[in-house]
Design a protein around this ligand. Structure first.
Ligand code: DGL
Length: 254
């Protein structure tokens, strides 16, 4: 049985899930959060799916053992690879996954051209195909994998010249051409200023973090599990690089 005071666990392959945590904190500042980033094993997005699933299940098991009422998988890649298994293993817990915000794009830009930036795993998994099929009549979707961007964000270089150099050739064909670009990886919102400059000001950037936070709140409320006592935030990381926690805190303030 979960109690209101139990943690909301937030999991990502690294520091990216901080972009979801900051939305959760805006909406529910008085909850108790346990954030775990698996930076020692990042990036997940270029690994075989089975490996991503195994890493996600193993991290989730450790988080659940610490008494969590909900698990927010703040990683599109881990959600694509393991959300069904997680729901089977923990049927009594609230399990929230994040997926590229294609619905928001289709609702706001019917008939428009939309890009989805995400990791190779997210874009090749069946879960994304299912999502794509729901919206193929509503908009034209361009898949834009961005290998290398996660590593730069993990190194604290989200807004660096290196990020600019990596993304410039990738996004040049789309400049001033798309109504919206969905940021389908939780690391990418930290590079949003560069992405926006390269795509042009008319392209809307859509991030699944706010919707994921709202969904988490809805589920907690429905189950009578909202905690409005004293808030708490624990941030942990699998990397032996001590700077990862400081980086998480810095990104949380952006
Ligand atoms: N942050 C993860 C996501 O949302 C992926 C990062 C990675 O490749 O490890 O997809």
């Amino acid at each position: 049985m979960s109690s209101k005071r139990d943690y909301i666990a937030v999991f990502d392959s690294g520091v990216g899930g901080i972009s979801v945590l900051r939305e959760l904190l805006k909406l529910m500042p008085n909850e108790r959060y346990l954030y775990f980033g698996d930076s020692a094993n990042a990036p997940y997005g270029t690994r075989p799916t089975g490996e991503v699933r195994a890493l996600t299940l193993s991290a989730s098991e450790k988080l659940m053992a610490r008494g969590c009422k909900a698990l927010v998988v703040a990683c599109n890649t881990a959600t694509a690879a393991a959300i069904h298994e997680l729901r089977e293993i923990y049927p009594d817990k609230i399990i929230i996954g994040i997926e590229p915000a294609l619905k928001v794009a289709a609702d706001h830009f019917p008939g428009g051209e939309v890009g989805v930036m995400a990791t190779p795993v997210t874009l090749r998994e069946e879960k994304f195909d299912v999502l794509l099929h729901r919206f193929t009549d509503a908009c034209t979707v361009h898949k834009i994998p961005a290998p290398g961007l996660v590593q730069l964000v993990e190194q604290g270089k989200a807004e660096s010249e290196e990020t600019q150099a990596l993304l410039a050739p990738l996004l040049a064909p789309y400049r001033d051409k798309l109504c919206a670009v969905v940021l389908g990886c939780t690391h990418y919102p930290f590079a949003a200023p560069i992405i926006q400059r390269l795509l042009g000001e008319k392209t809307a950037l859509l991030d699944g973090g706010p919707g994921t936070a709202r969904q988490t709140r809805r589920r907690l409320e429905a189950e009578g599990l909202l905690w409005e006592g004293e808030g708490e935030l624990v941030i942990e990381n699998s990397s032996d690089n001590n700077e990862m926690i400081a980086l998480c805190k810095k990104l949380l303030r952006t």
